[in-house]
Design a protein around this ligand. Structure first.
Ligand SMILES: Nc1ncnc2c1ncn2[C@@H]1O[C@H](COP(=O)(O)OP(=O)(O)OP(=O)(O)O)[C@@H](O)[C@H]1O
Length: 866
């Protein structure tokens, strides 16, 4: 006795014989049921996809159109659509269709597709309803060519011992129908020729028959797991116009993988007449395990799982699958419930092409996104779109398992994001459902309209949030158009918090060596601040500064907006090197703190959250306990400033800063900067960037530029340089007395006496003559006549370099890439290595490529001039 709802379905079918569509009232009357009961049955049938509805008051019902043979094949309206269309052409093509060859790895559905081609041909009436589908797996007879030939072509009485009567072969059986030769590459040579004649003319000779040929009308399908380049297959290719390739299950869309899983569980449930509960993790595992035997193995694996569940829970009303779960214990809402009792007939899901409506959705979103700050409107638009789509598409309901799968993936991803970034902590189920439904819908649309224009706009308005959306996306193992995905996450999951996430003026980064320390501090601090303040990078213990800066650079590049400053907290390594690496990537102020603890990160995080000015944060950082020399604050200031950059090291620049600060009267900020950074900063910025910079004081010439006034400190020993600096100081409002005092102190600082005073560790009486000797060797080699100030510069540089290297001699040796180096530079390196050799031995140091490159900077103008 069929269920009541199916009796209602039968009544509806009867009514529809006389009219195109009928109302609930009409069905109720015919079925002799109340309107309410009838309506609930109709609604169930609708959700099963068996009927469709139109109109609102009254609602009209019709039977859903039943599909053709291929509609039962999962993917027929998706990734296999093109293949199905081609197969249909091979059947329909007048007068007899044409042969086809199906290729693909084992278990992808080659035999299944062949059987559907045959069924379709029957449905279309191009072959008789009782036509045969003869199948031969050539591999079964590959070692016995004669037997294969007899099975295929039949034999004549007496053809061989035991051939007592004439025997028809598969070719005879297939007359008027189809012959499917599987594993055709195993067809023995003896049979190939005969088969080609049969293919060309329909004629063949049974075994033992040479005179009377037979003629048949057979359609052919071949299948092989081999590559078509195989020689036998090439001869086939010439005769077989259509080749279709079925891809492995892992290459199919996730939607189809889920559908296949659902399909096989459903089949088992119906066979066992039991409901089955499948945990989400099992589904995930089934998807993620590479199925070597593809769809076939998947079906077998599911059968085994069901058999195990059946053995364990024979009396239970619901069988619980327990792959990947101990004792089948799991949350009910994280599982699929597959009904075994439900009416089970192939349902053609209504094929709706969502592309046009998604296109309309995009243009609405784009129009709205033109006006920033209306993200709630965007979210509402998507909710409305889903509601309207749901009204017309039974698919969304049919695909609830797939949507559920995506929802679970999203839940896990969002939980991880919330643990790391302190946002999206309480995302409602509704939001997750919406996101999952939209993604499910995208999977069903083959030609998705491109969302890049809307996404680009949205990224401009919500760059930080978009970054988090990308991070979320990386955690979700679903292949879906990434522009759409990012946009949907933004509008459906992050919409409420986007403005809070964007409300940050500083970029904050944590870097730690070894383990997951940076990440763990990042999680704690972001969580306590309740916002995405920091991003963290956990680095291997032996990572180079370049690698760190590479990662940070990637992060900075992804920002898509300007910040007022950057704060970088890291745990070890050379502060100035780190600073140099990162500074060149930024054109904002940079605070680097080499003291990464949760307390420091939290203090900085809270200040950033309270929108404390960068400068104030930096000033406070300088006062952290135990932080002497472990933080470093630089940057082009908003205040009137002087930049000091000494090639011979940061220490020297600091001392010059000290002189300037103690002597100058005006309120001016003294900024110290690495020489290389100075060069790139001057190169990469215009004069506006230096609008508050009075001048730059350096110990070496910088390439010509016109963005800032640069004075080489050694030039002030000349009259010209002296008056140039005096003018600049006067313009700043300094009086004559302080200017004189400053000039005196700078001169003292940069003389031999000054150099001796700078050496804290080495004996100046030994080093200075040595340094003079080295300088003289360079002069001699290059036939130079160095001026006093250049010599002084070299003495200072080399002496301080020796001391720096002796104090720091366990630092990694830096090597430069000599590949594209000009000849003159290469020569300089080899000459310099020679000249420094004695000193290196004496002081047990190694003047590395980086140091040599600095020396080269000093010599370059003179060498190139030559
Ligand atoms: N798209 C599909 N939808 C539903 N069922 C499918 C689909 N593809 C394959 N199957 C099922 O998967 C199983 C394996 O398919 P089939 O035997 O046709 O693969 P095959 O490529 O011929 O394998 P082999 O190369 O090992 O012979 C069959 O039970 C088939 O019904």
């Amino acid at each position: 006795m069929p269920k009541a709802k199916y009796r209602v379905l039968d009544q509806l079918k009867e009514l529809l014989q006389n009219s195109k569509k009928v109302t609930t009232q009409q069905v109720a009357k015919k079925a002799g049921l109340s309107r309410g009961v009838t309506s609930s049955y109709l609604s169930k049938l609708y959700h099963e996809g068996l009927i469709i509805k139109s109109g609102t008051k009254p609602v009209y019902w019709q039977i859903a159109i039943q599909g053709d043979a291929f509609s039962a094949m999962i993917g027929a309206d998706g990734s296999l659509k093109k293949i199905v269309d081609e197969c249909k052409s091979a059947v329909d093509y007048p007068p007899h269709g044409f042969p086809l060859i199906i290729t693909g790895p084992s278990g992808v559905g080659k035999s299944y597709l062949a059987s559907l081609v045959f069924k379709y041909a029957q449905e279309k009436g191009v072959i008789a309803k009782d036509a045969n589908f003869a199948v031969l797996n050539c591999a079964d007879y590959a070692n016995n060519p004669e037997l294969l030939s007899s099975v295929l072509f039949g034999y004549k009485k007496g053809a061989f011992t035991g051939a007592n009567t004439d025997m028809p072969g598969l070719v005879d059986q297939a007359d008027g129908g189809y012959l499917f030769l599987d594993e055709v590459h195993r067809l023995p040579r003896e049979s190939q020729e005969k088969l080609f004649v049969l293919l060309d003319s329909g004629d063949f000779y049974p075994l033992g028959e040479n005179q009377k040929k037979k003629h048949v009308d057979v359609r052919f399908i071949f299948a092989t797991t081999e590559n078509l380049d195989n020689t036998l297959l090439q001869t086939f290719q010439r005769r077989v116009p259509l080749q279709v390739q079925l891809s492995s299950i892992a290459d199919r869309p996730l939607l189809e993988q889920c559908q296949l899983i659902e399909h096989f569980f459903k089949k088992e449930a119906v066979d066992m007449q039991r409901d089955i509960k499948v945990p989400y993790e099992t589904i995930k595992q089934l998807i993620n395990t590479r199925q070597i035997g593809n769809v076939g193995s998947l079906a077998n694996q599911i059968k085994l799982l069901c058999a195990e569940a059946f053995r364990k829970g024979q009396d239970a009303s619901i069988l619980r699958i327990s792959l990947g779960k101990k004792d089948g214990k799991y949350e009910d809402d994280a599982s699929w419930l597959i009904r075994g009792t439900e009416h089970h007939q192939p349902i053609e899901s209504q094929i709706t092409d969502y592309a046009p409506s998604l296109g309309t959705l995009l243009s609405t979103l784009e129009k709205q996104e033109q006006r920033p700050g209306k993200i709630n409107e965007q979210s509402l638009t998507i909710t409305r779109f889903l509601r309207d789509t749901r009204k017309t598409a039974a698919n969304l309901v049919l695909d609830k398992y797939f949507t559920n799968y995506i929802r679970q993936e999203l839940i896990q991803a969002v939980q991880q994001i919330s643990a790391r970034y302190g946002v999206v902590k309480e995302v409602s189920q509704n939001k997750l459902n919406r996101a999952a439904q939209m993604i499910s819908l995208l999977q069903k649309t083959l030609d998705l309209p491109t969302a890049s224009a809307v996404l680009d706009l949205a990224k401009k308005h919500y760059p930080r949030t978009a970054y988090l959306c990308r991070k979320t996306m990386e955690l979700v193992d679903i292949r879906v158009d990434s522009d759409w995905f990012e946009l949907l996450l933004l509008y459906t999951i992050f919409d409420h918090e986007a403005s809070q996430i964007e409300n940050q003026d500083l970029l904050a980064i944590l870097v730690c060596h070894g383990g997951g320390m940076a990440s763990s501090i990042c999680s704690v601090v972001n969580d306590l601040c309740g916002n995405y303040i920091f991003e963290a990078f956990d680095m291997p213990i032996d990572v180079s500064n370049q690698e760190i800066s590479h990662q940070i650079n990637n992060y900075i590049k992804q920002q898509g907006r300007k910040y007022d400053g950057t704060v970088l907290l890291f745990d070890m390594g050379s502060l100035s090197n780190m600073y140099r690496e990162v500074k060149s990537l930024l054109d904002t102020d940079l605070l680097v703190i080499n003291n990464l603890t949760t307390a420091v990160a939290l203090d900085i995080g809270l200040q950033i959250q309270q929108k404390q000015e960068f400068k104030k944060i930096a000033e406070k950082a300088e006062k952290y306990p135990n932080s002497m020399n472990i933080q470093y604050y630089e940057g082009i200031s908003q205040k009137q400033n002087i930049i000091v950059s000494c090639m011979s090291g940061v220490g020297l620049s600091r001392e010059v800063k000290q002189i300037l600060t103690s002597v100058l009267q005006s309120d001016v900020e003294i900024i110290t900067m690495d020489y290389r950074d100075l060069k790139t900063t001057l190169q990469n910025h215009d004069h506006l960037y230096f609008k508050n910079t009075c001048f730059v004081l350096t110990t070496a010439d910088v390439p010509e530029q016109n963005v800032a006034e640069v004075i080489n400190i050694y030039d002030i020993m000349d009259k010209n340089g002296d008056s140039q600096l005096r003018v600049l100081l006067e313009q700043m409002g300094e009086n004559k007395r302080t200017i004189n005092q400053l000039m005196d102190e700078l001169l003292r600082f940069f003389t031999i006496g000054g150099i001796k005073g700078r050496l804290r560790f080495m004996n100046p009486e030994v080093v200075i003559p040595e340094v003079q000797d080295i300088t003289a060797k360079f002069e001699e080699y290059y036939h130079l006549n160095l001026s006093g100030k250049i010599k002084l510069n070299l003495y200072m540089h080399i002496a301080l370099m020796f001391e720096r290297m002796m104090l720091n001699n366990d630092r990694p040796v830096q090597e430069l890439d000599v590949k594209d180096m000009p000849e003159v530079e290469e020569e300089f390196y080899s000459v310099a290595r020679n000249i420094f050799h004695d000193a290196e031995t004496k002081y047990n140091i190694q003047v590395d490529d980086y140091e040599l490159s600095l020396m080269y900077e000093l010599f370059k103008p003179m060498l190139i001039k030559e």
